[in-house]
Design a protein around this ligand. Sequence first.
Ligand SMILES: *Cc1c(COP(=O)(O)O)cnc(C)c1O
Length: 372
Amino acid sequence: MPEGPLFRSAKKNLALVKNYEPGKPLEELEREYGVKRAVKLASNENSLGPSPKALVAAKKALARVHRYPDGGSFYLRRRLSKFLGVRPETLIFGNGSDEILVMAARAFAGKGDEVLIADPTFLIYEIASRAEGANVVKVPMKNFHYDLEAMRGRLGARTKLIFIANPDNPVGTYIQKGPLLRFLKAVPRRAVVVLDEAYHEFARQEKDYPRSLELLKTFDNLIVTRTFSKAYGLSGLRIGYGVARPEVIRSLNKVREPFNVNLVAQAAAAAALDDTAHLRRTLRMVKEGRAVLQKALTALGFAVVGTATNFILADAKTDARILYEKLLRKGVIVRSMHAWGMDTFIRVTIGRPEENRKLINALKEILKKEPS
Ligand SMILES: *Cc1c(COP(=O)(O)O)cnc(C)c1O
């Protein structure tokens, strides 16, 4: 794209901002490649679909869309506050939890400030921080785990914000309670820590997965974010939330758009919390699918990274972009990890049994044709 005068008149730091490349939408694949019945295992969505209870609530809410939504999300706030056992004023809602990450960057990181993140991690942290003009300090992971010792070593007078994804995306591993606690104790209180728990529902059964809401009692500089996009199956409605001390929530609210969470999403999210059966089905599907995919990928020669989520990172030991393209032609969308600089890795979402089987069969056909 030619960079004309209007590009140059945008804020200087935007030149450093990479565009987020989302997983390919199903319709786009079907349109571009003419394949039918394609399968998307690229964006860690819930392949079982939305909770039926959430759908009923969403349809009912549609009749009211000539009105603005409740900017304070009153009913959802009350419902979630009971569900989590936290006070209503400790909650904030976002148009996806993405938006809360962006609000955190807007509220806490500016020109000259440093934002500390791991590498690889969720790409939005860097994008949101650079858009605010902050510098981003990246600390490489060690053996696919956060290197919290090294991150401690990079804390400095300019550190204003730290993003930790637990579990991490795209890696899938998680930080246990002990190491996280030691790290939080080392962070100066003027720096804010965002603990992104987008995969909390999948990870919370794991050994020593931190109880982050308990940590909020000790650490007043913590923001815990979660989402309805993953386990709850509401990615398309865009709704997530943050939990933090009221003082922190007040700052986030200053940069929040007044009607950021739409009325259909508010109603659906509240109903989804009641649908424990759908969540249970989802967790079972992921647990079973994880074992099947890990075994099959390993048998196909991939090096598979252990995961506490609904996705698997795997080293294909071959150009991941080419593999990704070949899978597209067979009607399977995965994520190539080249945007993260991991040129031989793919990330696959754990889907329904027939979707996982379609991926495995496609990989078998592709890899069979290549001399190893
Ligand atoms: C998917 C994801 C999110 C955000 O999802 P939303 O749909 O915006 O709620 C946030 N963090 C991580 C690590 C994710 O993988």
